[in-house]
Design a protein around this ligand. Structure first.
Ligand SMILES: *[C@@H]1O[C@H](CO)[C@@H](O)[C@H](O)[C@H]1NC(C)=O
Ligand SMILES: *[C@@H]1O[C@H](CO)[C@@H](O)[C@H](O)[C@H]1NC(C)=O
Ligand SMILES: *[C@@H]1O[C@H](CO)[C@@H](O)[C@H](O)[C@H]1NC(C)=O
Ligand SMILES: *[C@@H]1O[C@H](CO)[C@@H](O)[C@H](O)[C@H]1NC(C)=O
Ligand SMILES: *[C@@H]1O[C@H](CO)[C@@H](O)[C@H](O)[C@H]1NC(C)=O
Length: 323
C-alpha cells in the first residue's frame, strides 16, 4: 500500500497534474465518478469463421478527454459476453493508457452483447481512509452501428460518427462499498461480491522448434474477497492435458470458516472461471461465480534443452453478476 501510494504520487508529480492520488470513500451520499467512452470497436468472426473469437475494445477517458484505460476482451461469438452463453458475464482488465493518469488501482469491464450494455468497475485507494480501498460500479448502453460483410463477419463502431468522434453519454460509477471490510452480510441487502486477484503465475515448457507446449503448469494466484477482505491461496490440482485445454484447482483460506473456492482455466481462451459456495444458514446461501478473460504476459527462459515461459499478471478485479 505504501509503495503503490508513493508511485501514484510520483506519477502525478511527473505529469504535473493536480489530480488527487486517490479518491474519497466516505461520502455518505455515495460518491460518483465519471468516464467518457473514447472509442468502441467490435469485431465478430461470423458463423463461417468457426473457432475465431469476437473482440471488443473500449477506451475510457477522463471528463477532459485524457485517455485513461484501454479495455479489451475476447470470447467465442456465441457467448455474447456471457461465459458459455450462460448467466456469468466475462470480466476483463482495462489497462492504463500511455498517459497513465488514472486514479485507480484496478479497472475492469464486461459487455452484455445481447443488450449492448457495458459495465465498468474500479478499485482505488481511499484518500479519506488511509489503508482502505473503495469500489465503484456503473453501466451504460453502447449505441452502435454494426455492418455484416459477405463472409458473415461483422464489425460495429459508434453510431453516427462519420469522423470517428464518439457520441456516448458518460459512464457514471457510484461508490458501492469500501472493500476490506470484514462485515460480510448474508441476509439482504447483500453487498456486491467480487474478488481481487494477485500474484498470478503459470509456466509453459516448450521443446525448441515445436509449437505445441510440452507441458503447462496451470496457474497459481491469491484471491482477496471484496468486501470480506479474507484471502485464499489458489493452486492447480489438475494441470493442462493435451486432450482438454483446461486445468482445474482450488482456493483455500487459512481461516477454516471460509469455504474453499474452485477454479478452472481454459488455456486456449485465457478464460478463468471461479466459483464459491457458502452456506450462511440452512436457508441462506451465497453462491458466487466470477469469470475473467486473463491477459498475462510471458517471459522466456531456458531450462536444460527446453524453453520455459513464465507468465504473470498484475492485480485484476474479478466481478460476479452484473449490476
Ligand atoms: C444464448 O442464450 C440466449 C438466452 O439465454 C438464447 O436465446 C440464445 O439462443 C443462446 N445462443 C446460443 C448461440 O446458444
Ligand atoms: C452506419 O455505417 C454505415 C457504413 O459505414 C454508414 O453508411 C451509415 O451512415 C452509418 N449509420 C449511422 C446511423 O451511423
Ligand atoms: C462495513 O460495512 C458495514 C455495512 O455496510 C458498515 O456498517 C460498517 O461501517 C463498515 N465498516 C467499516 C470499517 O468500513
Ligand atoms: C476438462 O476437464 C476438467 C476436469 O477434468 C473438466 O472440469 C472440464 O469440464 C473439461 N473441459 C472440457 C472442455 O472438456
Ligand atoms: C498463502 O501462501 C503464502 C505464501 O506462500 C503464505 O504466506 C500464506 O500464509 C498462505 N495463505 C493461506 C490463506 O493459506
Amino acid at each position: 500500500m505504501q509503495n503503490s501510494l508513493l508511485s501514484v504520487i510520483l506519477a502525478t508529480a511527473a505529469t504535473g497534474l493536480l489530480a488527487e492520488a486517490a479518491r474519497p470513500c466516505a461520502n455518505p451520499a455515495g460518491a460518483n465518478f465519471q468516464y467518457l467512452i473514447g472509442d468502441v470497436r467490435y469485431d465478430g468472426p461470423g458463423p463461417s469463421n468457426n473457432g475465431e473469437l469476437s473482440t471488443i475494445a473500449v477506451s475510457l477517458q477522463s471528463p477532459t478527454r485524457t485517455p485513461l484505460y484501454e479495455c479489451v476482451a475476447m470470447w467465442p461469438e456465441a457467448w455474447a459476453g456471457w461465459y458459455n452463453n450462460g448467466s456469468s458475464p466475462v470480466w476483463a482488465d482495462c489497462a492504463p493508457a500511455a498517459a497513465g493518469s488514472g486514479q485507480d488501482e484496478m479497472v475492469s469491464f464486461a459487455v452484455d452483447w445481447r443488450k449492448k450494455k457495458i459495465y465498468v468497475a474500479h478499485v482505488f485507494a481511499c484518500s479519506d481512509k488511509p489503508g482502505s480501498e473503495g469500489l465503484a460500479i456503473g453501466a451504460n448502453t453502447l449505441n452502435l452501428n454494426c455492418t455484416t460483410a459477405t463472409d458473415g463477419s461483422n464489425h460495429c463502431i459508434p453510431k453516427g460518427t462519420k469522423d470517428g468522434s464518439p457520441a456516448f453519454s458518460p459512464i457514471i460509477t457510484t461508490l458501492a462499498q469500501t472493500p476490506l471490510n470484514a462485515t460480510l452480510r448474508c441476509e439482504a441487502p447483500k453487498p456486491y461480491l467480487s474478488w481481487k486477484l494477485q500474484g498470478w503465475v503459470r509456466s509453459i515448457e516448450l521443446h525448441p522448434g515445436v509449437a505445441k507446449p510440452a507441458s503447462q503448469s496451470g496457474p497459481s494466484f491469491k484471491l482477496v474477497s471484496i468486501p470480506g477482505g479474507n484471502s485464499m491461496n489458489c493452486t492447480t490440482s489438475e494441470p493442462w492435458k493435451q486432450t482438454n485445454g483446461t486445468s482445474v484447482g482450488t482456493c483455500q483460506s487459512a481461516n477454516p470458516g471460509i469455504p474453499a473456492a474452485s477454479f478452472s482455466f481454459d488455456f486456449g481462451l485465457g478464460i478463468l472461471s471461479i466459483s464459491q459456495h457458502s452456506k450462511c444458514t440452512d436457508s441462506l446461501r451465497n453462491d458466487i461465480a466470477g469469470v475473467f478473460y486473463m491477459q498475462d504476459s510471458c517471459q522466456r527462459g531456458v531450462n536444460g534443452d527446453r524453453y520455459q515461459l513464465t507468465c504473470t499478471s498484475g492485480p485484476v478485479w474479478i466481478g460476479t453478476e452484473t449490476f
